[in-house]
Ligand binder design. Structure first.
Ligand SMILES: [Zn+2]
Length: 103
């Protein structure tokens, strides 16, 4: 399995989450990462009206990624978003990458 799920995370496999997982698999594989870890799904404390609560956003651990891997992974996500015109938004936070589907 190319991704792991942190204990306690509630991962609802909605169509948007399935797409996000696919994009993350693509981006992390290109960066040479053997897997990635989902650290938040629909559970947890997020902003009011956060897309997390609609199963349209994920948080992924990035603190164990090397700078070069981050650069490759984020560049690939930007390429998917821009070239394929996907309603994708990703926000690097201090200890995780937030990614959401705005379609
Ligand atoms: Zn988030």
């Amino acid at each position: 399995m190319p991704y792991r799920v942190k204990r306690g995370v509630v991962l609802v496999l909605s169509a948007p989450v399935d797409k996000l997982l696919g994009f993350l698999e693509d981006a992390t594989a290109r960066a040479g990462l053997p897997f990635f870890t989902v650290t938040s799904g629909v559970e947890g404390a997020h902003r009011e009206n956060s897309l997390h609560y609609e199963a349209r956003a994920l948080d992924v651990r990035n603190k164990n990624w090397k700078p070069a891997q981050i650069q490759i992974a984020y560049a690939r996500l930007a390429e998917i978003r821009d070239r394929d015109k996907q309603p994708l938004r990703f926000l690097p936070e201090t200890d995780h990458l937030h990614i959401e589907w705005r379609g």
